[in-house]
Design a protein around this ligand. Structure first.
Ligand SMILES: [Zn+2]
Length: 101
C-alpha cells in the first residue's frame, strides 16, 4: 500500500507516488469544497465558487446569512450548529423546478 509523504521541498505539500502516478496535495491551493461549510449543501455553480473564495460560504448563505451580519461575519462569526441545521432544513424545503417531458 502506498503512503502519503511530505514533500521535501515544501512542508505544505504532500504527495503519493506510485509507479505511474504522482498525486500532489498542497495546503496553499485555493479550492472550493463540495459542501458549503455554513449550510452543508452542495456547491452548485460559479456564483457559489466565487462566494466561497471571497466569503467562505455559498451564494445563498452569502445573501441570507453573511450579508445581514457582514461586520460579525468578517470578524469570524458563524451561525450556531442549530441555526445551520435550520438553514439547511429551510433550503431543502424550497421547491425545485426540474422539467421533465
Ligand atoms: Zn451555504
Amino acid at each position: 500500500m502506498n503512503k502519503w509523504k511530505k514533500s521535501i521541498a515544501c512542508s505544505e505539500t504532500s504527495f503519493l507516488e506510485t509507479k505511474d502516478l504522482v498525486v500532489m496535495i498542497s495546503k496553499n491551493l485555493n479550492f472550493v469544497p463540495l459542501e458549503c461549510p455554513t449550510c452543508c449543501l452542495l456547491m452548485s455553480d460559479n456564483r457559489d465558487s466565487s462566494s466561497y473564495l471571497t466569503f467562505g460560504c455559498c451564494n445563498d448563505c452569502l445573501m441570507e446569512v453573511a450579508q445581514p451580519n457582514m461586520e460579525r461575519w468578517k470578524d469570524g462569526w458563524r451561525p450556531s450548529k442549530e441555526d445551520r441545521k435550520l438553514i439547511k432544513k429551510k433550503r431543502l424545503e424550497l421547491p425545485s423546478y426540474i422539467m421533465s417531458e
